[in-house]
Design a protein around this ligand. Structure first.
Ligand SMILES: CC(C)(COP(=O)(O)OP(=O)(O)OC[C@H]1O[C@@H](n2cnc3c(N)ncnc32)[C@H](O)[C@@H]1OP(=O)(O)O)[C@@H](O)C(=O)NCCC(=O)NCCS
Length: 271
């Protein structure tokens, strides 16, 4: 029995009617009934938020499901609807999350369903972007999912389909493109420009006025110097210290970061 068990606290959430603003959550260590560790169990009544179906599986899909449940527990306007996955059968479970069907099944879901495609795998982003383009999902059906514990400056623009995890910080005047995934603890400094379909792994940091091109991946704990321009579909290795511009489709790593390879856009993937 850890000391965290059954500890209670109040959290305050913004952007909601006054009678919903203060909610009580119950923090419990240990295992939930489905066998998974679970830290946050809401004692709120269910809300009828917009259902969001997530493209993915174990890893990025489960992570997005976790954040959507946190949003629902905090009284937010979204809830997790299920996973879309090309390799696991409809009705099966991935880590306790139900698979609704393959990617192509998106159009058969109820019309109020929104979608999220949080990217994860470096070097495979180009293939995945092409796959989603082929699905022809209307822009208006993509959700932006922002964890209640993320900090987003009011004048930071975030495109549709974005995923922003707990304790990410998006500073003033930064521009985040469409379908960008920002993991926990990431800092995007002021006046940074980020293209579409980028992925920032946990605890990476981007300095002020830097730019990150479409489809680029920034690895765990990597840092990018202010004013540096990272090209399109580049991969920045975990822990890299990027001090100079990075060309399109290159892989860089180390401190200071050097080119260690190229991104092969002919390599595909299955979900
Ligand atoms: C940079 C990266 C993409 C390279 O992957 P890869 O092309 O498969 O390269 P390899 O693992 O074969 O490594 C090639 C060489 O680069 C080195 N290397 C790989 N990643 C490195 C890194 N981040 N920093 C320094 N050196 C690195 C390897 O040690 C190896 O060196 P060697 O040839 O002297 O043995 C990968 O290592 C990486 O950092 N991925 C990001 C991981 C991440 O952030 N995951 C979060 C997911 S949410």
């Amino acid at each position: 029995m850890g000391h965290r068990q059954n500890a209670k606290r109040s959290i305050v959430t913004g952007g909601m009617p006054a009678h919903r603003r203060r909610v009580t959550v119950c923090l419990r260590g240990g295992r939930a009934t489905d066998g998974r560790d679970r830290d946050l169990v809401a004692v709120l009544s269910k809300t009828s938020g917009t259902p969001v179906a997530v493209f993915g599986g174990a890893g990025s899909g489960s992570y997005a499901a976790f954040v959507l449940r946190r949003i629902e527990a905090a009284g937010g306007a979204q809830r997790f609807a299920g996973l879309l996955n090309d390799t696991v059968a409809a009705g099966a479970s991935i880590g306790g999350d139900t698979v609704l069907g393959p990617f192509d099944a998106w159009s058969s879901l109820p019309p109020d369903t929104m979608f999220l495609a949080p990217l994860q795998k470096p070097k495979l982003t180009h293939a995945r972007v092409m796959r989603f383009a082929g699905l022809r999902i209307p822009d208006a059906r993509w959700a932006s999912v922002v964890d209640p514990a993320a900090i987003v400056a009011p004048d930071c623009s975030v495109g549709h389909g974005a995923f922003v995890a707990p304790h990410a910080v998006l500073m003033p005047a930064c521009r985040i493109g469409r379908h960008v995934a920002v993991r926990q603890g990431v800092t995007v400094a002021h006046n940074v420009t980020v293209g579409d379909w980028c992925m920032f792994a946990a605890n990476s940091a981007i300095g002020g006025y830097a730019s990150i091109g479409d489809g680029s991946f920034v690895g765990l704990g990597a840092v990018v110097r202010d004013n540096v321009a990272v090209g399109r579909f580049a991969v920045i290795g975990m822990g890299a210290v990027v001090t100079r511009d990075v060309p399109d489709f290159t892989i860089v790593a180390g401190n200071p970061a050097r080119i260690i390879g190229d991104v092969d856009t002919t390599v595909g993937e299955q979900s």
